[in-house]
Ligand binder design. Sequence first.
Ligand code: SF4
Length: 268
Amino acid sequence: MYRAMLTVLGPQGWWPGRTRFEVIVGAILTQNTAWTNVARAVANLRQARVLTPRALATLPTPRLARLIRASGYYRTKASRVKRFVRFLRARYRLDLWRMFRVRPSRLREQLLAVPGIGPETADSILLYAGQVPAFVVDAYTRRILERHGLIRPDATYDAVQALFMSRLPPDAALYNEYHALIVAVGKDFCRPVPRCERCPLRRDLEQYRPAAARRFLAFRRKDTKAGKASPSRLPPSALGPWRSALGSACALTPSAATRGRCTRPRRR
Ligand code: SF4
């Protein structure tokens, strides 16, 4: 899968952030929103010259919330950023270098204990800010693996992560690129209604789930020919085996996803 994605899409050049701290703030702000919104929020923080641990430690939470408004859920996210900064001050005297010297498994536990930081955010911080080989699992990863029959809908975060980490060498650069490629496929191809025709992973799907691939591609052709490719027109029966995958990867209700109406994949 990795080679297929890399060959077609090329290196993704992640993570977009100028400093480690900027990467961490971006990882917190990107929960439940598109990166374009996060980029605007981060630009505001940069312009206000508060994108350092020391500056954010003294910035009042309401002002922080105003600056990151573009990222959505800004009050919640402001308090999450502040909690992280409080953690950084209490444990590491606001020194990221000191923080990343801690054993990765221990640091991961500490990060997970910070309210508002879940496994995906913690692993994003470890991988993209700390260059620690921690594979990041997001909603796109789950959706692609489910559709390819590699995981069950109820697979836990740790189980999905172990699937990658038990088969790949502990290489932060590889994990970085792999996750970035998965996000690219998830955004452009493996959407709530999958666009398998041009997807770099189409061959993989045809090889391992031929029945599913045939079924979906046939439906898609028919739908496009009739000039009604709108996801909302998908009858639930056409989705067949996709139902659970769509449901579990959707930010709305599972039933909205199975009707093909979800346009907002969930990011944790
Ligand atoms: S769009 Fe189709 S081929 Fe591509 S990852 Fe999704 S299910 Fe697989």
